[in-house]
Ligand binder design. Structure first.
Ligand code: A2P
Length: 338
């Protein structure tokens, strides 16, 4: 079996750590694993397949002899180093928003548009979508193929791990402080996140939406190759550590019943339907955390319009929303292209 030299950029972060675990779990054919981070991580080592691998400081020569680079160290690092890696012959799968909307860079969810991966040849870069977008389009695609989705109204309930390690620590520290009747320290988010919901993810832009909301809107159209789908989003950070939940309302061109949606989704790749209200069964963040699938439940017809469906979509934001999706892209890349 052919093996590949793989670099993980941002290896010490929340997503980087998950990428290492997933490469290991899925037995990705790695010959050499290079773990890259900032000077702050100099001297650290991370475990991969029972071996301790030293973390190296990312620099312009890091990609010599590397065939695949999985980037998750923030947008500005990707902007600078992804083109450097690509020039060195390394195909980059980038988890940041740096290249997602660049027209000749593919934006890929393997269950939805695997055929776009071939466009990596344009720039040597493949973009991994935003976490909230990935789990939503995995659930939307089979419905769109069957009855064409005209409009999506989505509200998200997003876990703090999407912001990175600092945010996981902040939710824990604030929760402990408040339970001990102490003042919580607010650093990562604009307001206290413990025992709260923040209707702001990323910064606001001129139209009153946040950047996170615009990512869901624009990325959905690009991944589904259909600019005519109308999307509106409200993205909310909630005091959950792992897994994003989403309330998704869709309006379709042709009528589809909730039973038909349940049937379509139960056969869809990457989706598990958990939908038995009589048994109080529906997708929960605590169950999705650590799992690979996107869970869909609360499927019901929207009685306020002619052709409408409501559903509740939950997935682990660090896995399908980031690391797993990136590794799945790399798996197709080596199977079909490299
Ligand atoms: P480090 O741990 O050395 O700071 P998270 O999203 O969980 O906060 O993780 C961010 C990841 O990006 C970490 O692995 C972090 O490394 C890495 N990173 C941040 N800034 C840089 C940089 N200037 N060069 C290389 N890696 C960076």
């Amino acid at each position: 079996m052919r093996t590949f030299n793989v670099a993980v950029v941002g290896a010490t972060g929340a997503v980087g750590n998950e990428i290492i675990r997933i490469l290991e779990e899925r037995n990705f054919p790695v010959s050499q694993l290079k773990l890259l981070a900032s000077e702050r991580s100099l001297g650290k080592s991370l475990e991969y397949k029972g071996k301790s691998i030293p973390v190296e400081v990312l620099n312009e020569d890091s990609f010599e002899g590397v065939q695949i680079g999985l980037f998750s160290a923030g947008g500005s690092i990707s902007e600078k180093f992804a083109p450097i890696a690509a020039r060195a012959g390394c195909v980059v799968v980038d988890n940041t928003s740096a290249f997602r909307m660049v027209h000749d860079i593919p934006l890929v969810v393997p269950e939805v548009n695997p055929e776009a991966i071939g466009q990596y040849k344009n720039k040597g870069i493949i973009a991994n979508p935003n976490c909230s977008t990935i789990q939503m389009v995995v659930a939307l695609k089979p419905i769109h193929d069957a009855v064409r989705i005209k409009r999506v109204v989505v509200s998200t309930y997003q876990a703090v791990s999407g912001t990175g390690k600092k945010a996981i620590d902040e939710l824990e520290a604030q929760t402990r402080a408040l339970l001990a009747c102490q003042e919580p320290v607010v650093k990562v988010y604009p307001h206290q996140i413990a025992f709260n919901c923040l209707p702001q993810i990323d910064v606001f832009i001129d139209n009153g939406y946040t950047k996170e909301e615009m990512k869901m809107i624009n990325e959905t159209k690009k991944i589904m190759s259909d600019p005519s789908i109308a999307v509106t989003a409200t993205t909310v950070r909630v005091p959950v550590f792992y897994a994003h939940s989403e309330s998704v309302n869709i309006e379709t061109e042709k009528k589809i019943t909730s039973a038909e949606v349940r049937d379509l989704l139960s056969k869809a790749p990457g989706v598990k339907v958990v939908d038995d209200p009589s048994q109080k069964l529906y997708p929960l963040a605590i169950h999705a955390a650590g799992k690979d699938d996107t869970y869909v439940g609360r499927i019901r017809e929207d009685e306020s319009i002619a052709n409408g469906i409501n559903m509740w979509v939950v997935s682990d934001n660090l896995r399908k929303g980031a690391a797993l999706n990136a590794v799945q892209i790399a798996e197709i890349l080596i199977r079909d292209y490299l």
